[in-house]
Design a protein around this ligand. Structure first.
Ligand code: BES
Ligand code: MN
Ligand code: ZN
Length: 496
């Protein structure tokens, strides 16, 4: 992120700035600072509201130029909805609206007073963190593969006018900035096309991350090494591709005790999913370049973990492969042997995510993890059920599922749980192997998780199906950077 944030202690009215950002209510009174500015400007704000030029719905914005009266060159009014209903959702909408308007303007600096408004069940620290995250995420532009680069951002410095202690707010600024940076890293990797972002590219990226941060160490296993480990399931997915499959391991050692057990993240890194021999239909297939968004969010989260130097150990494992049809590709009916020893009948080569993840999930047993969370664009059924709003949580340990759901609310990065009851397990029965890789047309997200659950007996595990939340389609096509906020917030809460 290029924008600098400063905490503003003194009266924002006394400071010269390109832009003063103030909240207004759709219904209710007038926020204190807004009222002070209104008074100093001959009821300008009151008159504008009365005129109906801005209603004050959460996220509405209106620019006002007020020569002479104030030290601010202009005002940005930001609608915050109804005062009585001002909750985390409304706050984020307002912050996002403000960020969009500010970054779309020529302002070089600004004072933002939004975190002063009391958000239901949230602290001022939270509000500052969210604001910084929204500004950082709004700053993101994809231009790596365009010959015309994005215009540089004019906004250089943002002063945040908030009342709480400097020290705790300083940490909130850092958390918000690192969350945005992590999301933007995940988005950039997600948005890169399949011919650039290959398993080898992801491995290089992870290695660079490892050299950049002194508490991170990266190790990359190639196909030969995976063969030695017996990862027949993972390897079967990349068999049809000219790109070498990779297992990427990143360790963050932040705990005081070096041998403190790690929290483990596992990411699905299918850098392109054609479906393999069970070829996908052509329409919209380009979006399967996003099938490595699990890996991308894990990398973005590890970057943030390292930047914040969290006082815990975290290990990330990414299973990266390209799913292609060819004369060497795995065929429907082929049987592969996983690292766990369980044999798998590959009834559909398009159910490849679980095939790479299961070996990664067996591999991480060696770390004796405190918890394991895998992140994967695993099923179209998750998109059908939740659209792009929620990531789906399934878990073999209900307290872990509940902690993730709770955290998703706090981080405003929504997730919802589906059950993983035993009744679903028989759908994976195979006549020819220990387990089939598909469970038929019903309950697709659940049977995919049930498949993974066969490889996670040794630890507490949660699965995040992010097929809906990881990217947007249509005109706004692009990776979202989710669920980096959720994962980072979860890790921030953990103890060594
Ligand atoms: N990467 C896809 C899941 C996906 C599909 C995500 C569409 C987002 C949009 C995954 O590898 C896949 O193909 N899953 C199949 C599984 C099926 C064959 C059991 C699916 O969901 O259709
Ligand atoms: Mn697939
Ligand atoms: Zn896939």
């Amino acid at each position: 992120m290029t924008i600098k944030f400063q905490l503003q202690g003194t009266d924002p009215l006394q400071k010269t700035t390109d832009c003063l950002v103030l909240g207004i209510w759709e219904k209710g009174g007038t926020p204190t600072l807004t009222a002070a500015v209104d008074k100093a400007s001959d009821k300008l704000i009151d008159n504008v509201k009365r005129s109906g030029d801005i209603k004050g719905k959460a996220g509405d914005t209106l620019w006002l130029h007020i020569p002479g009266k104030l030290k601010a060159k202009r005002l940005l009014l930001v609608g915050c909805g109804e005062e009585k209903k001002f909750d985390a959702r409304a706050y984020v909408k307002a912050a996002r609206g403000a960020a969009k308007a500010l970054l779309g303007s020529g302002a070089k600096n600004a004072i933002i007073a939004l975190p002063q408004l009391p958000v239901k069940d949230r602290s001022e620290e939270w509000a500052v963190s969210q604001l910084v995250r929204e500004i950082g995420a709004t700053e993101y532009r994809y231009d790596q593969t365009k010959s015309r680069k994005a215009d540089p951002i004019s906004l250089k410095t943002v002063h945040i006018a908030a009342g709480s202690s400097r020290k705790s707010l300083k940490e909130s600024v850092e958390v918000g900035a690192c969350t945005a940076n992590g999301m933007n890293t995940a988005r950039e990797l997600g948005n890169l096309p399949g011919n650039i972002c290959t398993p080898t590219y992801l491995a290089h990226f992870a290695s660079k991350l490892g050299t950049k941060h002194k508490n991170l160490k990266t190790q990359v296993l190639g196909e030969k090494q995976m063969q030695k480990l017996g990862m027949g399931s993972l390897l079967s997915v990349g068999h049809g591709s000219i790109e070498e499959s990779k297992l990427i391991v990143i360790e963050h050692k932040g705990a005081k005790k070096a041998d403190s057990k790690p929290y483990v993240l596992v990411g699905k890194g299918i850098t392109f999913d054609t479906g393999g021999i069970s070829l996908k239909p052509g329409a919209g297939m380009d979006e399967m370049k996003f099938d490595m968004c699990g890996a991308a969010t894990v990398l973005g989260t590890m970057q943030a973990v390292a930047e914040l130097n969290l006082p815990i150990n975290v290990t990330a494992v990414i299973a990266a492969a390209e799913n292609m049809p060819s004369d060497r590709a795995t065929k429907p009916g082929d049987i592969v042997t996983s690292m766990s020893g369980q044999t798998i009948e590959v009834l559909n080569t398009d159910a490849e995510g679980r095939l790479v993840l299961c070996d990664a999930l067996t591999y991480v047993e060696r770390f004796k993890p405190k918890t394991v969370i895998d992140v994967a664009t695993l099923t179209g059924a998750a998109v059908a059920a939740f659209g792009d709003v929620a990531s789906v949580v399934l878990s073999n340990h209900q307290p872990l599922a509940e902690e993730i759901l709770q955290t998703s609310q706090e981080a405003q990065d929504y997730a919802w749980q589906l059950p993983m009851w035993d009744e679903y397990q028989p759908l994976l029965d195979s006549n020819f192997a220990d387990i089939a890789n598909i469970g038929g047309p019903k309950a697709g997200t659940i049977t995919a998780a049930c498949f993974l659950s066969r490889f996670t007996d040794k630890y507490h595990w949660a699965h995040l199906d992010i097929a809906g939340s990881a990217w947007l389609s249509g005109a706004q096509k692009g990776a979202t950077g989710r669920p980096v906020p959720l994962l980072l917030e979860y890790l921030r809460k953990q103890k060594a």
